[in-house]
Write a protein that binds this ligand. Structure first.
Ligand code: SAM
Length: 175
């Protein structure tokens, strides 16, 4: 992956950003260097960036961005309590036990935009651990189990920013 590929917002996220209600709060889960935090902040959204390592976000605090450091995999309760968001963004990250909390953190009318690696990606390199790879249709099953309306979905091989198996979805919480 090129540096530009890492810092530019994902095309999937950009393409579906307009589904997120204007003026709502956006949560960027496992935000990393904050490419989507920066993107949504630039669109005028208030953004919460959540990651265990917030070192790549330090230039962002106080400009419509809340930075929240938390380990999402150490068994602690979901760190954001009952706060809800009009948009939740998850890219290149999967920790299955977190999925119900993501659904719960979505406000009615809110949209989850998810994009990460899928089963079969091991052919192309990392991630190759099944714990980090979505099973075929897993995001669709997740949406169905949590009453989310699927607005967009793709699963398959991509060549950009590198060859990979990717599963991605945009889904709305109706009530
Ligand atoms: C591959 S990066 C993706 C970053 C960002 N979502 C993106 O696509 O640019 C994975 C991110 O997950 C975060 N992460 C990994 N394990 C975590 C954990 N246990 N708790 C919180 N964040 C974690 C890492 O710090 C890293 O920023």
């Amino acid at each position: 992956m090129t540096t530009a590929g890492k810092s530019a917002p994902s095309r999937w996220v950009r393409a579906h950003a307009g589904l997120i209600p204007a003026g709502s709060k956006v949560l960027d889960v496992a935000a990393g260097g904050g490419r989507h935090t920066r993107f949504f902040n630039g669109l005028g959204y208030r953004v919460t960036a959540l990651d265990r390592d917030v070192s790549g976000l330090q230039d962002l605090g106080g400009v419509g961005v809340d930075i929240h450091a938390a380990d999402l995999e150490d068994g602690s309760p979901w760190p954001l309590g009952d706060r809800q968001y009009g948009g939740i963004i998850v890219t290149n990250y999967l920790h299955r036990p977190l999925l119900p909390s993501l659904a719960g953190a979505l406000a009615p009318g809110g949209v989850l935009i998810y994009e990460t690696f899928g089963a079969g990606n091991e052919r192309f390199g990392k991630p190759s651990n099944p714990d980090f790879l979505l099973r075929p249709g897993e995001l669709l099953d997740f949406a169905s189990e949590h009453g989310l309306q699927v607005l967009a979905y793709e699963c398959g091989e991509v060549s950009e920013p590198k060859r990979a198996i990717i599963q991605r979805m945009g889904a709305k919480r109706l009530k």
